[in-house]
Ligand binder design. Structure first.
Ligand code: GAR
Length: 197
């Protein structure tokens, strides 16, 4: 069985979209793939309850319990390694990861970012797109590298920015696209692996 570990910090809707698609498309039977665990750095993350509804093992590791980024990432890595994952998926995981962590998972660590990268790395992407007068916004699934929100692009979707958009209305429009492209990108990752094996 090929395991996926998903890291979250908040509502976990992208995690749920992946778990739902995995069920619907029977990844377990067809690809030998399952979401083995969801790990949050926040105990109050709403996504933890969602993960439990899918019957997925959950774990919490608070970054506040560690004195340095390196110490947190080392402990996080140990929790992840307990599931020996083929793929680690960041889904609204709002922590910058150390080069050591990123290097360990090189080629099997992916993220979804709410902008059309390389535009708008970092935070507040929707407000920045509105402020710049962008006509299009969107989302990007990419490989994670040591440089924040860089790394090869695996999937993208664009949505229009409408005249009366706020950051919230734009975020909601982008999120519906994220729920489509992220599960597809995860499936493609395993299909590409299977065809190159
Ligand atoms: C998503 O829109 C994702 O693109 C964004 O956080 C949201 C998480 O939603 N990620 C980042 O901003 C990463 N820098 P979710 O918890 O409902 O999946």
């Amino acid at each position: 069985m090929k395991n996926i570990v998903i890291l979250i910090s908040g509502s976990g809707s992208n995690m749920a979209a992946i778990a739902r698609t995995a069920q619907k498309e029977r990844w377990h039977d067809k690809l030998g793939v399952r979401v083995a665990a969801v790990i949050s750095n926040k105990a109050e993350a709403k996504g933890l309850a969602l993960a439990k509804e899918f019957g997925i093992a959950t774990d919490v590791l608070s970054h506040r319990d560690f004195e340095s980024r390196e110490a947190f990432d080392a402990a996080l890595m140990a929790r992840i390694e307990a599931h020996a994952p083929q793929l680690v998926v960041l889904a609204g995981f709002m922590r910058i990861l150390t080069p050591g962590f990123v290097g360990h998972y090189a080629g099997r660590l992916i993220n979804i970012h709410p902008s059309l990268l390389p535009a708008f790395t970092g935070l507040h992407t929707h407000q920045r797109a509105i402020d710049m007068g962008c006509r299009l916004a969107g989302t990007t699934v990419h490989q994670v590298t040591a440089e924040l929100d860089h790394g090869d692009i695996l999937a993208q979707a664009a949505v229009p920015v409408l005249p009366f958009d706020t950051a919230d209305t734009l975020a909601a429009r982008v999120l519906t696209q994220e729920h489509l492209i992220y599960p597809q990108a995860v499936r493609s990752f395993f299909e590409a692996k299977a065809s190159s094996a």
